[in-house]
Design a protein around this ligand. Structure first.
Ligand code: NAP
Length: 519
């Protein structure tokens, strides 16, 4: 639909066609809410799985769980899928959903402003302007590549690119390659580059904890079973789900009980690396879980290979021909791969969304920190729904589960609005503050706060605004119903004198929901 002109109005405008946008489209359609558009800057569905095509890209959550509950894939070929299989799955779900006629590709959202008079969002895109009752933002928390601020990097004479914008046209065979970063992306890239590069320098600022990856292709029998026995698939998915939930106490309450995982990680180092000096360099000095726990069997052997050097000296500058570290050493580089992560606590979309008081989400968050009510709605921004919003990320399980939970909440909100003919809903500041205070109190006990590391989970003030500090079933429970009492609601097409017809302003609503969470 990318070459079609946009309609002037739609009921729901969805930004992003990754797992979040697609889930929203499928479920809105299922609810009979057919008047929606999904606007996507790229040329295809898939989001992060469309963009991250680097060699070795794969998911750290088994595919049986990292997929929609309503669209099982009977054909996964292995326990942890590689990117092409996940992307093909998303494309298939989109195709079979019958909603693709309402997706607009190659179209960027430039800004979105709330029109209080019309009670609508006015969304300016590269393909025209659309007015929408509801704005659902599913543009992702890991979609805007973060480039390192290293002196001289703009003047580098060789090829340089980010892990999420892989240049498949650049042949690395026999080249001198440098990878900056040792996060989830880098540890998948490094073993692949090591196989072909002449020489590889890996620039590590902080070592990650890396445990073994229990990945394998399914046997023929397993594939037959998973294809023909839906009950087996469900059992497998349920088993993976609960196995993952058992990690939660170690992350959120008692990091010390993660010692078996730490032993596994130490054994992984010992197995992969013989040199004691290199072993020391890759052994973290913070609690396991503080940064994302990574999984790989290939990373440490790759670091130990003859054509690889792990560089732990601070990078001082990039020259036109190489990288200079703080000790003055210059290492020549032909191709520079920047695996330095994403803008996670300063989401670019926030600068483009302007609320009821004429302030952007970025301005509001600059004051208050990146916060939302239940990770989904924001005071001052009526009818705005964020998917994978503040404090909904996970360190242990499938974001698809979170996305489905949030989409359920949004559907409930829309159903409530229809039923009561509300033109707009907006969470109370009190309820939002109570929610976030409570959440941050819980956060203080987690390994992300106490583990002795810095990470992309934390904002510039050291506050964790990205992760959910409880189990995923807690999150699903708090998002199960649209709690209209925590919202200011407005009548349709309000007369100039009519203001809020709000329900209660009880700040305790969020508290009650959090209290209801099982321990
Ligand atoms: P990341 O985890 O943020 O890692 C970035 C790496 O770059 C870190 O090692 C960081 O060091 C380093 N770095 C950043 N700026 C630097 C600088 N100026 N100089 C030197 N080093 C610098 O990013 P990512 O690896 O792309 O992963 C992001 C997230 O995406 C993951 O945590 C995960 O949630 C998701 N992901 C998942 C998978 C998977 O499922 N397998 C794969 C890829 C990504 P410090 O640690 O010192 O900051």
């Amino acid at each position: 639909m990318s070459d079609r002109s946009l309609p002037e109005t739609v009921e729901h405008l969805v930004v992003g066609a990754g797992f979040a946008g697609l889930c929203t489209a499928v479920k809105l359609d299922e609810d009979g809410e057919r008047d929606f558009l999904v606007v996507e800057k790229g040329a295809d569905v898939g989001g992060t799985w469309r963009d991250n095509t680097y060699p070795g890209a794969a998911c750290d959550v088994p595919s049986q769980l990292y997929s929609f509950s309503f669209a099982p894939n009977p054909d996964w070929t292995r326990s942890y899928s590689f990117q092409p299989e996940i992307q093909a799955y998303i494309q298939r779900v989109a195709r079979e959903s019958g909603t693709l006629d309402r997706f607009v590709f190659d179209t960027t959202v430039e800004d979105a402003c709330w029109d209080e008079g019309q009670q609508r969002w006015v969304v300016t895109t590269s393909a025209g302007t659309v007015r929408a009752r509801n704005l659902v933002v599913g543009s992702g928390g890991l979609s805007a590549p973060k480039l390192p601020d290293i002196p001289g990097i703009e003047d580098f004479g060789g090829e340089v690119f980010h892990s999420a914008r892989w240049r498949h046209d650049v042949d690395l065979t026999g080249k001198r390659v440098a990878v900056i970063g040792t996060g989830a992306s880098a540890i998948q890239i490094v073993p692949e580059i090591q196989k072909v590069a002449g020489h590889l320098d890996v620039y590590q600022r902080t070592p990650p904890w890396v445990i073994p990856r229990s990945d394998r292709p399914y046997t023929r029998l397993e594939r037959l079973g998973l294809r023909h026995l839906p009950a087996l698939r469900r059992l497998y998915r349920t088993g993976v789900y609960w196995a993952r939930e058992t990690y939660v106490p170690a992350f959120t309450v008692a990091p010390r009980i993660a010692w078996p995982a730490r032993r596994l990680a130490e054994a992984n180092i010992a197995r992969g690396i013989k040199d004691p000096g290199l072993r020391d360099k890759v052994t973290p000095d913070y609690e396991l879980g503080c940064k994302r726990v990574l999984i790989s069997n290939a990373y440490y052997p790759a670091l130990a290979a003859e054509n690889v050097e792990l560089v732990t000296d601070r990078i001082a500058a990039v020259t036109p021909t190489g990288i200079v570290t703080a000790d003055g050493t210059e290492r020549p580089v032909d191709v520079l791969v920047v695996a330095t992560g994403f803008h996670t606590t300063d989401l670019p979309i926030a600068a483009q969304v302007t609320g009821r008081e004429g302030r952007s989400l970025a301005e509001v968050w600059a004051e208050r920190g990146m916060t939302a009510y239940k990770g989904t709605t924001v005071p001052g921004f009526p009818n705005l729904f964020l998917i994978v919003g503040p404090n909904t990320g996970l360190g242990h399980s499938s974001m698809v589960f979170v996305i489905e939970s949030q989409v359920r909440y949004i559907r409930e909100a829309i159903r409530t609005m229809r039923e009561h003919r509300y033109a707009a809903v907006e969470p109370h500041q009190d309820a939002t503050d109570a929610w976030n205070q409570r959440l941050q109190r819980r956060m203080a006990r987690t390994v992300w706060s106490t583990g002795g590391c810095s990470s992309w989970y934390l904002d510039e003030h050291g506050r964790n605004t990205t992760l959910w500090p409880r189990s995923t079933f807690n999150l699903r429970a708090v998002l199960a119903e649209f709690d209209v009492a925590a919202y200011d609601v407005r009548a349709p097409r309000p007369a100039p004198t009519s203001g809020s017809t709000s329900g209660s302003t009880s700040g305790s609503t969020a508290d009650e929901f959090l209290e209801e969470m099982p321990a």
